[in-house]
Write a protein that binds this ligand. Structure first.
Ligand code: ADP
Ligand code: ZN
Length: 520
């Protein structure tokens, strides 16, 4: 892990960069002038906060939003980062404190309101400014919708300090961009305009149903294409690569347990050879810049929506169509939950990680366009802030799933869990619902429960699907202290009371299987 990733993780508590962030951070670290256009909510602040910690000296952040500056300095301080703000909202005492910290060389980030810039030149030349970060950079545009005359001073300040500038904005048409370019920068800056959408990537999620066969079928149907198959464990990368080679598919394994030299050799081979499949853990990909990767398969559910986006993003960099397929099942959900629960992070961060996992699961179990949900998560909207339009390039747009009102089924499952003390796993709960007289059911007297046999109208496979979706909806969660036992979350209460409708999708694995084998 390099410095930037270490800080991302240790200081900010994020496990992966969001789309676009890493490139911007690296450009700033390299001392380049940068103009970044990112959708709101895309994670702009991290793009200057992180390099601020890695560059020597103080980073000056100019923002027109006083409340935002105060929030950010407070949040940064809580994370142990030396940050201060000079705004009109300061008390005299606060201002004195900031000055003292600056003189002592004890600040890494100084937030400044634009109106404080006049007369600050001397102070700023003295303290050793690293770079200027300009939030809401479009405010410098006289023709924009949000012109702030004080922003015109930034150019002057830059000339005086001779430092790089990083401008950020969410709203900039070509004209405004050009104007920002001339007013903030001495030469055309490096521009980062990439929205989050990668329309050439086909998105697809498939419930696990014999995952090895599902991956093998997918890969075998695409001979001669370069692809990555991400696996949850090192062992699986080796087993899968071996199985592929045995079927005449050129494949290799890659994981962090391999010697550095071996890994390097594998990377070079992948870059140079066409039609090679890499079965890899997420250790693979950072240094890889192969434009014609035609697919990324996740043999196991990624750990977060950020990781998912980053990993599928390695396909189709040449802009030609590329495919992605993500397999997921109830076990993946339990595994990822346990990973979070067993980590060393503080409680609030664990809850935030669960929420991020929920967002990915929401896409996996989505009843509507997956890309629209993905883009909405990253803050990208359609025209005039409307939700993104259905994309036409995901499995749901291609073939909308059927849904059914699963409220009653969900209530039955929840009551089986409650009546057995939230002490059992999915298999046992399903046995109870189906009225199966297993040894365990009899031994515990669970054949006497009022819920015994109330779920006979559905098959075992259907119940498994329902359990998986309820895990994904975070209505049920595995209990970290009791292996496999399912507990109700606070989301369960409205379901039990009949206040929330649980819309579930009908899995169509069987139909897909038939189609696939029919083609072969
Ligand atoms: P913007 O200023 O672009 O509107 P923010 O900088 O406020 O967006 O970030 C939006 C949200 O995204 C914040 O809640 C922030 O904590 C979160 N965020 C930023 N970067 C990451 C990341 N790499 N991983 C996860 N969450 C992130
Ligand atoms: Zn779609």
């Amino acid at each position: 892990m390099d410095h930037a990733h270490a800080v991302l993780h240790d200081v900010f508590g994020f496990e992966a960069f969001r789309p676009g962030q890493e490139e911007i951070v690296r450009a700033i670290l390299a001392g380049e002038d940068v103009l970044a256009i990112m959708p709101t909510g895309g994670g702009k602040s991290l793009c200057y906060q992180l390099p601020a910690l890695l560059r020597p000296g103080v980073t000056v952040v100019i923002s027109p939003l006083i409340a935002l500056m105060r929030d950010q300095t407070r949040a940064l301080r809580e994370q142990g980062v030396a940050a201060g703000a000079l705004t009109s909202g300061n008390s005299e005492e606060e201002t004195e404190e900031v000055f003292a910290a600056l003189d002592a060389g004890a600040l890494k980030l100084l937030y400044m309101a634009p109106e404080r810039l006049s007369g600050a030149g001397q102070l700023l030349s003295r303290i050793g400014v690293s770079f200027l970060a300009v939030d809401e950079a479009h405010c410098v545009s006289q023709w924009g919708h949000d012109f702030r005359p004080d922003y015109l001073r930034i150019g002057e300040l830059r000339r005086r300090l001779g430092v790089p500038v990083a401008g950020f904005t969410a709203t900039a048409d070509a004209e405004t961009r050009a104007e920002i370019g001339t007013r903030l920068f001495s030469a055309p800056p490096r521009q980062f305009l990439r929205g989050f959408d990668r329309p050439n990537l086909g998105l697809r999620f498939v419930p696990k149903n014999g995952p090895r066969g599902q991956v093998m079928d997918f890969v075998a149907a695409r001979p001669g294409q370069s692809g990555i198959v991400y696996c949850g464990t090192r062992k699986k990368t080796e087993v899968l690569a071996q199985a592929m080679n045995a079927e005449g598919i050129r494949a290799m394994a890659y994981h962090g347990g391999m010697e550095a030299e071996e890994r390097r050799a594998a990377e070079i081979r992948f870059q140079q050879e066409d039609g090679l499949v890499v079965c890899a853990t997420v250790a693979f990909g950072m240094g890889i810049d192969k434009p014609d990767i035609r697919y990324v398969v996740h043999a196991d559910l990624p750990k977060s929506i950020e990781a998912y986006y980053q990993e599928i993003g390695r396909a189709g960099r040449d802009g030609a169509p590329a495919e992605t397929m993500t397999l997921f099942g109830a076990d993946d959900i339990s595994f990822r939950r346990a990973q979070i629960d067993e980590g060393l992070a503080p409680m609030e961060r664990k809850e935030a990680d669960h929420k991020r996992l929920n967002s990915l699961l929401g896409i996996a179990e989505s009843l509507t366009c997956r890309r629209a949900r993905l883009l909405a998560y990253f803050g990208e909207t359609g025209d005039e802030g409307a939700p993104p339009e259905p994309c036409g390039n995901c499995d749901i747009c291609a073939d909308p799933p059927e849904s059914f009102d699963g409220t009653e089924a969900a209530q039955k499952l929840l009551s089986a869990a409650i009546r057995t003390g939230e002490y059992f796993g999915a298999g046992h709960l399903i046995s109870i619902l189906l009225g199966e007289e297993t040894e365990k059911v009899r031994a515990r007297g669970h054949d006497q429960l009022p819920t015994f046999g109330v779920g006979r109208d559905l098959s075992k496979g259907q119940w498994k699907t329902i359990v998986r979706q309820m895990l994904a909806l975070d209505i049920l969660r595995p209990d970290p202290s009791r292996h496999g036992a399912l507990r109700l979350t606070e989301n369960a209460r409205p379901v039990l009371r009949g206040e929330a409708v649980v819309a579930l999708r009908k899995d169509r694995m069987a139909a897909q299987e038939r189609r696939r084998s029919g083609k072969a």
